[in-house]
Design a binder for this molecule. Structure first.
Ligand code: TYD
Length: 219
């Protein structure tokens, strides 16, 4: 696939199943990089733009849609985010940290829902204008633990389970297996970090991976 690297910024994606700690670790990483006086833009998918946040509410809610319609909604949110936030940030040499991106679509709609992976690659390319992350971190945790964490979090925040959290354990296992396969296929871009360990240690591991990559390709 043709990829575009027109930009001079640095693009980091944090990926993984529901409840693995992506949001926490995206935040901690952003804070650590900001302390080094780096210019960081944090985003989440779906979301980050007005339309993207509307789509986020739709796809996380109890919407009765076909897998293909769901896939296209994620891609619509992505197209907005790429044009309005990601591209301008990368073109002005910023560091972008994304809580989910193209690989979530392969894992959830491809491995999880069973849509043909080749078709998702094509749509990912169109919606993202072929922007590929410089580095991706897979936060890896057994499904039993990650689902418990996301249930605890929802209870604490008095949130109802989303349509994905409501899915069967089998669905989540397929998604995790998908993420692991994607990461193994491209070890140059991916780093797998086990999040069973304590939060500080995991944050430190992630920061070390990113700092090493930044030293090589960004400064
Ligand atoms: P999110 O709040 O990111 O999940 P969590 O914080 O629980 O990890 O919610 C986004 C949901 O959308 C999540 O369950 C994964 C799903 N998703 C897809 O199915 N496909 C996609 O392309 C993306 C970006 C997300």
């Amino acid at each position: 696939m043709k990829t575009s690297k027109l930009h001079t910024g640095f693009f980091i994606t944090i990926e993984g199943c529901d409840g693995v700690g992506k949001t926490t670790h995206s935040f901690l990483l952003a804070e650590s990089l900001k302390k080094k006086s780096l210019d960081v833009v944090s985003i989440r998918e779906p979301g980050g733009t007005k339309t993207g946040e509307l789509i986020r509410d739709l796809v996380k809610g109890k919407l009765d849609v076909t897998p293909m319609a769901e896939l296209l909604l994620f891609q619509a949110a992505r197209a907005e985010l790429v044009e309005k936030i990601i591209k301008p940030a990368l073109l002005t040499k910023k560091i972008v940290i994304a809580d989910r991106f193209i690989d979530s679509t392969i894992a959830y709609q491809g491995y999880g829902r069973g849509i043909k992976i080749d078709n998702i690659h094509i749509l990912n390319g169109i919606a993202s204008d072929n922007i590929i992350p410089d580095v991706s971190i897979l936060l890896d945790l057994p499904i039993s633990k990650s689902l418990n964490r996301s249930k605890d979090r929802d209870q604490k925040k008095q949130r109802t389970q989303t349509r994905f959290e409501d899915e069967s354990i089998e669905f989540h296992k397929k998604v995790l297996q998908g993420f692991r396969s994607i990461a193994k296929e491209n070890p140059a871009r991916w780093n797998i970090v086990n999040t069973s360990e304590n939060k500080k240690l995991v944050a430190k591991k992630i920061l070390n991976i990113i700092t090493a990559k930044l030293d090589k390709t960004y400064y």
